[in-house]
Design a binder for this molecule. Sequence first.
Ligand SMILES: [Zn+2]
Length: 281
Amino acid sequence: MRQVRSIIAGLVAFLVALSFVPTGSGIAAPAKKPALVKPKSKPKHRPKPAPLPAVKCEKPKFRIFVDVGHTPESFGALSARNDTEFGFNLRLARLIVGKLKSEGFAATRLLVSEGKARSSLLRRVSVANDARADFFLSVHHDSVPDKLLEEWEFEGARSYFSDRFSGHSMFVSRQNPHFAISMMFARLLGKELKERGLRYATQYTMPLMGRYRHPLLDRDLGIYSYDQLVVLSRTRSAAVLLEGGSIINRDEEMAMNSPDRHGLIAGAVAEAMKEFCEKRQ
Ligand SMILES: [Zn+2]
């Protein structure tokens, strides 16, 4: 199956790379083949979406959209053991939705999108905007730029990994109409993750990340800005993107495969949302 795997890996790389154009990305994880994409010199000007008024939080009515990053067809990064990022995202997002509902956030919705990367980005944002979402949380898992990949064999197939970096991270957009509220939630979540002994991914400030470098807005909690990301800048509600952890790191991939780690993260999200809601009553 080597040939099939390499074809799949190539296709994934292309689709992931496509989703990294500055105005169209729905992911924070670097692409497998960043060289395939020429960055646009000037992002298209788009008017900011009209913000919805920041409503008070009543738990049963608070419309949280938990967005599963990528689609079955365009599944994001490939893990060190050749599993799709979409699968990891779906498992974690489902756990988060379950925890939020059990905490009384009855109007929480799981948002699963289909189709090609770019069109799915716009579609997922319009679904949330049309439904007057109060909060948008996009769930992803991390990888590394191609140049950092090392080769190994897994189950007889040529595979790729990088054990160099690990950890979760959060992204917000300063173009989001509710940036301050987005940041408030990200800080609460960062604090919950830290209290559970989890460490954030620090590499996004490093020069070796090239065009995937992002400004670190909170050094203590691991919150970066990713201003032009569609799912953060085009949503009319507050929005945060969470990278649960690195699936290209072989140890962390195993942790991400365990219900314990995902459960810990989902618990942190639910606790942060409770605090967030209390602050906005
Ligand atoms: Zn992603």
